[in-house]
Ligand binder design. Structure first.
Ligand SMILES: [Fe+2]
Length: 242
């Protein structure tokens, strides 16, 4: 089913406010090798939005199903690994909840392997884990996923390069062009200091906003540990986005 998020795009538009220096990743960060090629080397060209970009379909052709938020239910058995709950809230720059926002996640399995043709890391695939999920925020801006804790994986960016365990997040705002992508990390990971993707955000407090917090309130007894990850779309406390 095709759904459109807003009948009045002008009403939902908010003025752009520049980020504080150092709170978002640098486009060009030589230690993160891919940025050497993809960072703009020429001045940016202004492309005005048309009505179709603002009012076009956002959620694709199929309805978001309640089970789409549980990555452990997609196959005949449960995936291997540590079952976890990731829960949080999406907020705007004034601290107001953002409801009905589509959140999509993707991640490696517990052994640090993606179910993707281009991932040749010699770690086992899990036939019971695809590693993708999606959900919509509720009226108070809350979302939650059930999944397994992803493993660290090597990525050949530099000698002995390993990514800290992370979950990729994509958020859609009121239009297809208002998509934000980021990564959530787990507290206390020893790989943080060696990861140029995380370190490309120079502000330490901003980096910490990408690290989820262990949350006893989200943790379910006898079942799964809970992690809290709030996402702030703009303003001083904005989550760093890619
Ligand atoms: Fe990744």
């Amino acid at each position: 089913m095709i759904q459109s998020r807003s009948n009045n795009p002008k009403k939902s538009a908010a003025p752009f406010r520049r980020h504080e220096p150092g709170t978002q990743p640098d486009y060009y960060y030589p230690a993160y090798r891919a940025t050497r090629l993809r960072a703009p080397s020429q001045p940016l060209i202004f492309l005005p939005h048309t009505l179709s970009e603002v009012t076009g379909p956002v959620f694709g052709h199929s309805r978001v199903h309640p089970d789409d938020r549980d990555l452990t239910l997609q196959h005949s058995s449960e995936p291997l690994g540590e079952r976890i709950i990731v829960r949080g809230r999406v907020l705007d720059g004034d601290g107001h909840p953002v409801s009905n926002s589509l959140i999509e996640i993707w991640q490696a399995n517990a052994a640090g392997r993606y179910a993707h043709v281009r991932d040749d890391h010699p770690a086992p695939l899990d036939p019971n884990f695809t590693g993708t999920g999606r959900t919509l925020t509720d009226n108070d801006g809350f979302y939650s996923f059930v999944t397994i804790k992803p493993g660290a994986y090597p990525w050949r960016n530099h000698d002995n390069a390993w990514r800290p365990a992370h979950i990729h997040f994509s958020l859609f705002g009121p239009a297809f062009v208002t998509r934000l992508i980021t990564q959530m990390y787990f507290p206390g990971d020893p790989l943080f200091a060696y990861d140029p993707i995380l370190q490309s955000i120079s502000d330490e407090r901003a980096r910490q906003r990408l690290v989820s917090k262990f949350d006893l309130e989200t943790t379910k007894p006898e079942w799964a540990l809970g992690y809290r990850f709030d996402i702030v779309l703009r303003g001083r406390e904005s989550t760093p986005f890619e």
